[in-house]
Design a protein around this ligand. Structure first.
Ligand code: NAD
Ligand code: UDP
Length: 354
């Protein structure tokens, strides 16, 4: 199959390209590189062992998307391309609506016109807002608390409407919990620009000496150690679920909306200590005030994904920290360093399959 991967140069999309190629699919990336680097393409080529096709384009341009579909014959689409910073979405809601909703509608329109009827969509646990109870299953109340989350909920609803009116159209809405880690080669990983918002990349940068200490946002939550609990999921497990979801759609079994998490909540302090054990680095931290909008506990009930897709996570928190640290230590400044100048581990010296 030929799979269009929108946002395939980004963190999760690039790992999905590897998983798709391992499954034997041909991959075409479409990306505007607004939050990624073209350097990821050579890294992907190195991992996959063949060049990856890539089209530089912006999904907000209807004509560019139409031209993309005129040039290729796709069997399915994975849609990762979105803006994803919650804080920024309060400051620039229109940019988020335009990018995440208008861009996605352009894509859906082009898929419809070209008769491409299989879509895997990146949604987020943020659609649950502040959950009434944990673990969260897919029947939980949906309650977005920020413009970013609203773009995900709106897109899920538009996609459901399309599935309801076009019997041939099949889609998977995948609600990610907290993706972390990197491909075990250390060649691709998460490369946030500026100061990281998320916990794992921040810890990595402290370990690498780029930041002096971690600020832990509150230790007075009603959790065993007082710090916030989240469901961290290894990105390799996450993208394996995408391939399983695509297989499910191709079998014509129906549409699905599922949580992708481990089902296990981990506190900030537990993650810090797991990272210290996996990396051998010490992570200085200080406890500061809670971050506005944060909630005490968010973790998934992932049993529906297991029932429908036969998928469950395999990689534990040690693997998440080990692989995040390998990526960070080989690439202290992310993708800025060209492939040839990496202090890279030889690819064949480590297990590269998840
Ligand atoms: P990312 O920013 O690393 O990747 C997104 C990619 O899409 C980037 O390469 C960016 O350049 C591209 N892109 C954005 N807008 C585009 C446009 N208009 N046209 C073309 N390309 C465009 O983000 P990620 O962490 O890989 O996230 C992928 C998806 O998963 C996003 O939809 C995000 O909302 C969702 N998600 C991510 C997380 C997370 O913690 N990373 C959690 C839940 C959901
Ligand atoms: N967190 C923290 N310091 C940071 C970043 C995050 O203490 O520099 C905490 C945050 O309060 C939350 C957890 O780590 O309890 C995960 O935060 P992240 O932003 O990674 O994910 P999200 O809150 O979006 O689930």
């Amino acid at each position: 199959m030929c799979v269009l991967v929108c946002g395939g140069a980004g963190y999760i999309g690039s790992h999905a390209c590897v998983a798709l190629a391992e499954r034997g699919h041909r991959v075409v990336i479409a990306d505007n590189f607004s939050n990624s680097s073209p350097r990821v393409l050579l890294r992907l080529q190195r991992i996959i062992g063949a060049p990856v096709e890539c089209e530089r384009l912006d999904l907000r341009s209807k004509s560019a998307v139409a031209r993309l579909f005129a040039r290729h014959r796709f069997d399915a689409v994975m849609h990762f391309a979105a803006l994803k910073a919650v804080g920024e979405s309060f400051a620039q809601p229109l940019a988020y609506f335009e990018n995440n909703i208008c861009g996605a509608i352009n894509l859906l329109r082009a898929m419809h016109e070209a008769g491409v009827a299989r879509l895997v969509f990146s949604s987020s646990a943020t659609v649950y807002g502040d959950p009434q109870s944990v673990p969260i299953n897919e029947q939980a109340r949906l309650d977005v608390t920020n413009p970013y989350g609203r773009t995900k909920l709106v897109m899920e609803q538009l996609i459901d409407d399309l599935c309801g009116t076009d019997a041939s159209f099949r889609a998977a809405n995948l609600r990610y919990f907290n993706p972390v880690g990197a491909h075990p080669s250390g060649l691709i990983g998460e490369d946030p620009s500026g100061i990281p918002n998320n916990l794992m990349p921040y810890i990595c940068q402290v370990a690498a000496g780029r930041r002096s200490k971690l600020s832990i946002f509150g230790d007075d939550y009603p959790t065993p150690d007082g710090t916030g609990i989240r469901d961290y999921i290894h990105v390799m497990d996450l993208v394996r679920a995408h391939v399983a979801a695509l297989d499910y759609l191709m079998r014509g079994e129906g549409n699905l909306t599922v949580n992708l998490g481990t089902g296990r909540g981990i506190s900030v302090l537990e993650l810090v200590h797991a990272f210290e054990r996996a990396s051998g680095c010490s992570i200085p931290y200080e406890i500061v005030a809670r971050r506005r909008g944060d909630v005490a506990q968010v973790y998934a009930d992932p049993s529906l994904a297991h029932r429908l897709l036969g998928w469950r996570t395999r990689l534990d928190v040690h693997a998440m920290c080990r692989d995040a640290w390998r990526w960070q230590s080989i690439n202290p400044d992310g993708y800025q360093r060209p492939l040839g100048k990496l202090k890279s581990l030889p690819l064949d010296a480590i297990e590269t399959k998840a």
